[in-house]
Design a protein around this ligand. Structure first.
Ligand code: AMP
Ligand code: ZN
Ligand code: ZN
Length: 410
């Protein structure tokens, strides 16, 4: 973990490059470097070409677009959003799932539990708003995972408790109003939009709801870009539009029944599907026995956490249970009883699968004075923290990412 010395040594040079005006335009941006980080939840990379996205296209034409943005494992909302702002894999930032069990504290975290979500002890690492605050920069968040908790003694200067019923128009207006401040105009801002995740879960990535969800967030981006243009800020802010993961099609014909292999009442199942996290009784030999039984199941790969593929970066945290199973793309994990009593379950779409699958890739479309233009290859969202620190001229905290100089203006 940590930054390489080379990047640190190159930083002053890279920052000088980052703020060289585009083309041969003589003027420097009027604003000091400012980053607006946007998330469109569950916006799968393939939606960009499959659906009408005039405003994302407009932003891409002003700046750059990646083939995809690769989430961390598991490819879920909370782990992924917090990786983007800390540059840490979940095994290092502690949000190892949307639902977490901390055996040492005998405590549960879930995204619907306000007191847990607002409890800073769940969040490790240093989110970018804390790095920015420490350097004296003003920060404002319109929802982001972690922004509602005090982490390491820091909070964003302005933040709102998550309210999924706030319209996208109102969210955009609020962000624009923060940029209208003259005294303490934020230099780092976030905007979170919880579509097209809902429509993706409901009907799958090819479902009839996708065009509506995509249009909702694209329109919101249109309002944002228009508002920035009216304020003559469009060329002066680095706008990074991201998404936290993609979406895969489910089917009731693609089921793995855990109770075909193990006695599910003898273990604690912390997460069910498509990542199954199993906490066995702490008796010698139990884990090995369970793994022998679980190996009978097709379309589910189980291992002790320390034996998982290192590319998943999912071993180094006590909150990760000893046994981790991952279903094949589009497969779900359940029990025969549960499957029988819920005839509508395991349809539509979900995510959480191996982040290297293209169906799990999100989007990265961005433009601004610090960024290059054109098209770039898919990259991991763990690198966004270093990128934003470079744009904002901040000394990054220790993290797992690298500064992607190829994204900066040259
Ligand atoms: P997922 O199950 O991973 O698809 O989670 C997506 C859901 O996370 C969305 O429906 C949002 O409503 C919810 N969400 C996103 N940010 C927050 C937050 N800060 N607090 C509570 N829920 C959130
Ligand atoms: Zn999500
Ligand atoms: Zn989701």
């Amino acid at each position: 973990m940590g930054r390489s010395g080379t990047v640190t040594e190159m930083l002053p040079f890279l920052l000088a490059c980052a703020h060289t005006p585009r083309d041969s335009t003589p003027e420097r941006p009027e604003l000091p470097p400012t980053v607006l980080l946007v998330s469109m939840d569950g916006f799968r990379a393939s939606y960009l070409d499959a659906h009408d996205t005039p405003n994302l296209d407009r932003l891409a034409a002003l700046g750059l677009r990646a083939d995809g943005l690769i989430p961390p494992f598991p490819s879920k909302t909370f782990p992924s959003h917090y990786t983007a702002v800390t540059g840490l894999y979940p095994e290092h930032h502690g949000l190892v799932g949307n639902t977490i069990y901390d055996a040492e504290r005998d405590a549960w975290y879930s995204m619907g539990d306000r007191s847990a979500v607002e409890d800073g002890s769940w969040y490790e690492g240093e989110p970018i708003w804390a790095t920015a605050n420490k350097a004296g920069l003003e920060t404002a968040t319109l929802f982001w995972v972690g922004s509602e908790a005090e982490i390491g003694g820091q909070r964003p200067d302005t933040w709102l408790p998550y309210d999924g019923s706030m319209t996208f128009e109102a969210r955009v207006d609020r962000v624009l109003s923060w940029l209208d401040r003259t005294e303490d105009r934020p230099r780092f801002l976030t905007l979170y939009l919880d579509e097209p995740d809902h429509v993706g879960h409901a009907g799958g990535p090819e479902g009839l709801g996708i065009p509506t969800g995509v249009t909702m967030v694209d329109n919101a981006l249109g309002n944002l870009l228009d508002g920035l243009e009216q304020r003559e800020l469009l060329d002066e802010i680095d706008i990074l539009v991201t998404s936290d993961h993609g979406m895969a099609e489910l089917s009731r014909d693609r089921m793995v029944f855990l109770d075909d292999a193990i006695d599910t009442s003898a273990v604690e199942i912390v997460n069910w599907s498509p990542v199954t996290l199993i906490l066995p009784e702490p008796e010698p030999g139990t884990e090995d026995e369970l793994l022998v039984e679980l190996a009978e199941l097709e379309h589910l790969a189980c291992a002790k956490k320390e034996d998982l593929d290192p590319e998943l970066h999912y071993a180094d945290h006590d909150r990760i249970p000893p046994i981790v199973c991952l279903a094949d793309e589009g497969w779900s994990v359940s029990t025969r009883w549960w499957y029988g009593v819920d005839p509508t379950g395991w349809t539509g779409g979900t995510h959480g699968y191996d982040p290297r699958l293209e169906s799990m890739h999100g989007i990265f479309v961005a433009a601004g004075p610090s960024l290059r233009t054109g098209r770039v290859e898919a990259f991991e969202n763990v690198h966004l923290y270093e990128l934003m620190c470079a744009i904002l001229e901040l000394e990054p905290a220790e993290n797992d990412g690298e500064l992607m100089t190829s994204l900066l203006h040259r």
